[in-house]
Write a protein that binds this ligand. Structure first.
Ligand SMILES: Cc1cc2nc3c(=O)[nH]c(=O)nc-3n(C[C@H](O)[C@H](O)[C@H](O)COP(=O)(O)OP(=O)(O)OC[C@H]3O[C@@H](n4cnc5c(N)ncnc54)[C@H](O)[C@@H]3O)c2cc1C
Length: 372
């Protein structure tokens, strides 16, 4: 028997889970499907650190830190038991990096922070702290599986569905399930529908969990992240693999060596597990969300769109009830709550998405490029 929903969300990573959560809160009948199950992709590998972006200011930093503030409040309220607000120490890796931290980044820090010295964080190796650091006392991390289970408690889910959505007779069909709308939240994996104007890339990475008695009350970040020790467990991550110059064993060893260099007490570490996944991103590194355009129709009707035509313009033709949310890079747990809310507001209230986030930006770029 065919079952009908308002929206089917494809992909039960943190992006799909948060989109489904907000859609359900807005009163939509939602079905969340995945080819494997909860957090089967990158989200299952994430250290799930909620850390702010440092930089020279600009739109990506602003959006990331808006999402960071939103995420801290969201998880603290929705999943207090899986939310560990331990604070974060951001340490420059060398003298040049320290110069960048204090002359370029510091004037642009737009979240609460303090400078810290070795005496403030005695659990960190003195040498590692020789340039000083920034402390973000609000920073936190979450337990991904507890978050996923809690947020999907009231949502209907079906696993084992390799979704190939088909639009027929005015609605979407995925196997025996039908809906007016679909949301593609498939991370860095192959899109279940072709979107010819977007290329989603993936950066492979690993994180490890180790058992340790190290006294480590805060999370640290210097190239790698080392979580605060919670109940004898420390998360260390993550590698970024673009080629395959190093083997997995070498990469994992490097994580351990780097971590011990920061916190000598971690020398007692016992490797518990290795987790890995692909982080999804698009070329401009902003999240990508919103309605998916009808590329053929857009090419015919918009031809070479003028610069004055912006993403979300009503003249852009979209496929009926077809949406996407992805491109969270190494900050899926930071971005997902706010991006899910923005997408749900778009779907249920028609609220326009900011141009730097809207998937339409890639449509307009593709149309302008084609005509050159
Ligand atoms: C090692 C590592 C460490 C990380 N650390 C952090 C961190 O500390 N903090 C942070 O915020 N982020 C971190 N990230 C990044 C974060 O994990 C990602 O940004 C986030 O998980 C992306 O979520 P997603 O839902 O978009 O994709 P995914 O989690 O990859 O989910 C996609 C889902 O779609 C499903 N799927 C795909 N195609 C189909 C189909 N056709 N039909 C049905 N289902 C389908 C997959 O099975 C999968 O479950 C890390 C990533 C890695 C790899």
């Amino acid at each position: 028997m065919i079952k009908k929903y308002d929206t089917i969300v494809v992909g039960a990573g943190i992006a799909g889970i948060c989109a489904a959560h907000w859609l359900q809160k807005a009163g939509e009948g939602v079905l969340l499907v995945d080819r494997k199950g909860l957090l089967a992709g990158a989200s299952g590998a994430a250290g799930a650190f909620l850390s702010p972006r440092l930089g020279k200011g600009g739109a990506l930093q602003k959006i990331t830190n808006d999402a960071y503030r939103f995420a801290l409040e969201f998880y603290a309220k929705a999943v207090p038991d899986a939310f560990f607000q331990k604070g974060l120490v951001r340490i420059p890796k060398n003298e040049a990096d320290a110069d960048t931290f204090f002359s370029l980044y510091e004037p642009n820090i737009d979240v609460p922070y303090r400078r810290c010295e070795n005496a403030d964080v005695p659990f960190i190796d003195e040498k590692a702290m020789r340039f000083g650091a920034f402390c973000f006392d609000h920073s936190a991390f979450v337990d991904p599986m507890t978050v996923a289970e809690k947020l999907t408690e009231k949502i209907e889910t079906v696993w084992g569905i390799d979704a190939e959505p088909v639009f027929e007779n005015g609605s979407w069909r995925i196997g025996k399930y039908r809906s007016d709308k679909i949301v593609l939240a498939t991370g860095a994996q192959k899109l279940p529908l072709p979107i010819p104007y977007v290329t989603i890339g993936g950066v492979w990475g690993e994180r490890i969990d180790v058992g340790s008695d190290a006294k480590l009350p805060m999370t640290l970040h210097r190239q790698i992240s080392v979580s605060a020790n919670v109940n004898g467990l420390v998360r260390i991550g993550a590698t970024h693999v673009r080629g395959d110059a190093e083997s997995e064993v070498e990469r994992i060893n490097r994580l351990i060596v780097d971590a011990i260099e920061l916190v000598p007490e971690l020398a007692d570490q016992r490797l518990i597990r290795i987790l890995a996944g692909h982080r999804s991103s698009v070329s401009d590194h902003f999240p990508l969300l919103g309605a998916i355009a009808d590329f053929k129709e857009a090419r015919a009707s918009l031809k070479t769109p003028p610069r004055s035509l912006k993403p979300e313009d009503p003249s852009i033709p979209h496929r009926p009830g077809c949406y996407i949310v992805t491109g969270f890079g190494g900050r899926g747990f930071v971005f997902a709550p706010l991006m899910g809310k923005i997408l749900a507001d778009k779907i249920t209230e028609g609220r326009a998405i900011a141009p730097e986030l809207s998937a339409d930006r890639y449509l307009l770029r593709a149309l302008r490029k084609k005509s050159k």
